[in-house]
Ligand binder design. Structure first.
Ligand code: FAD
Ligand code: UDP
Length: 365
């Protein structure tokens, strides 16, 4: 295999790995690199030194409504059914989150049924038309008090921005319910890879046409690049040497902790702290993976501006800057850009798989 008949894929996360598998199955030779010392991108998982399966880059819960994407990944893993639940803590009391009927009853000492909860929201909401920002989304559906209690400070912490400075899509990820459903997601498929994400990636990349190298940065490879094609899944601004200036990506610092004498720390997989602490949430991994262990491992997420890029920041001005980079990308005949960082989209894992499958189909023809 020579470089001339090989496709270079930069990034071994969902985008790069699905692309690698699809091209390999179409008979192409693939060289997949990642600058990190492992595959899986941000979905990478590993056993910590205490033997608990953790997600070093924050909690990853798989959910999708797409049968096609679920079936595709099912080729590489068995699954463990898992429905994620989250509670939000206000002044030491934990409430179901997303906000549902029980949240209202507990918070305001009420006894609302479904119709009562719908009436409640109707009474307190501040109608917004058009709905443009994340502030609009929340005020429009649940009004100011719930906005200030659950959303305002969490969002400021997570993004370093006010909800009024973020596009509607950010807060619109969170539903509002009049029933007592306390699941975080309502997707048809809510599952975790039975043996973890990394094992699933290993199976996906186990193909004679795929050559994987980790701890290899594209910056070093691109100088002697004779590859017939490059598929790039890293930050798009880095690919173009930040020629229009840096695109804002939000970063996080993860603080992992093992509690050897605690079997279960919290009642749900994740607890959100909208108004207290410098971290946004604590996740306890055993909830997600179903693992049995005498101790438990948790992670706290501290948002920050600097550091590895984790989230595109959905604001009009950032999307305008992205469009300028995207125009450059379209001129690169021998390069394809796909994934959360390269497309600057707040994609969930299933959406990245969908984008990669569609992109691979176009490339293969
Ligand atoms: P990534 O996983 O970021 O992979 C890109 C890879 O490119 C990285 O491994 C990086 O090292 C590599 N790379 C970048 N530049 C270079 C270079 N120059 N040279 C070599 N390699 C390079 N989604 C869900 O569906 N459910 C969840 O519960 C969920 N939770 C999340 C929690 C957190 C804290 C975060 C940050 C994200 C979460 N996501 C979740 C989103 C999910 O992580 C992404 O949708 C998905 O992992 C993106 O895959 P990707 O391949 O596009 O990018
Ligand atoms: N959010 C909030 N309070 C919460 C949880 C979420 O204000 O308790 C807002 C916040 O702006 C967050 C967005 O809703 O960034 C999306 O939340 P999600 O849990 O989907 O974020 P992710 O898991 O992608 O970090």
């Amino acid at each position: 295999m020579t470089q001339e008949n090989t496709t270079l894929i930069v990034g071994a996360g969902f985008a790069g790995s699905v692309m690698a598998r699809e091209l390999a199955e179409a008979g192409r030779h693939v060289h997949l690199i990642d600058k990190r010392p492992h595959i899986g991108g941000n979905a990478y998982d590993e056993y910590d030194e205490h033997g608990i399966l953790i997600h070093p880059y924050g909690p990853h819960i798989f959910h999708t409504n797409s049968e096609r994407i679920y079936e595709y990944l099912s080729r590489f893993t068995e699954w463990l059914p898992y429905e994620h639940r989250v509670r939000g803590v206000l002044e030491g009391v934990s409430y179901p989150f997303p906000i549902n009927r029980d949240t209202l009853n507990l918070l305001y000492g009420l006894d609302l049924d479904e119709a009562g909860a719908a009436d409640f929201f109707e009474r307190v909401r501040e109608p917004r038309d058009p709905v443009i920002t994340s502030e609009d989304v929340v005020l429009n559906s649940v009004g100011r008090d719930l906005y200030e209690k659950f959303f305002l400070n969490y969002t400021r912490k997570q993004w370093g921005l006010d909800p009024s400075e973020l596009k509607a899509g950010v807060a619109a990820r969170i539903p509002v319910r009049t029933n007592s459903d306390d699941r975080y997601f309502t997707d048809t498929y809510q599952v975790m890879p039975l043996h973890g994400y990394t094992k699933m990636f290993e199976a996906m990349l186990d193909h004679p046409n795929i050559f994987v190298e980790v701890s290899v940065d594209f910056a070093g490879v691109r100088k002697q690049n004779n590859y017939c094609h490059v598929i790039y899944t890293g930050p798009i601004d880095a690919y173009f040497d930040y020629c229009y200036g840096p695109l804002p990506y939000r970063s996080l610092r993860f603080e992992h902790e093992h509690l050897s004498d605690v079997k279960q720390l919290q009642e749900t997989g994740t607890i959100n702290y909208p108004n207290d602490h410098a971290y946004t949430r604590i996740t306890e991994f055993k909830h997600l993976t179903g693992q049995e262990h005498a101790g438990t491992s948790i992670v706290r997420e501290y948002p920050q501006a600097e550091g590895d890029p984790y989230y595109p920041v959905p604001r009009a001005e950032n999307e305008a800057l992205f469009k300028r980079y995207e125009s450059l990308a379209k001129l690169e005949k021998n390069a394809t850009f796909v994934g959360r960082l390269a497309q600057y989209r707040y994609y969930n894992m299933d959406q990245v798989v969908g984008a990669a499958l569609a992109t691979a189909k176009q490339l293969i023809g």
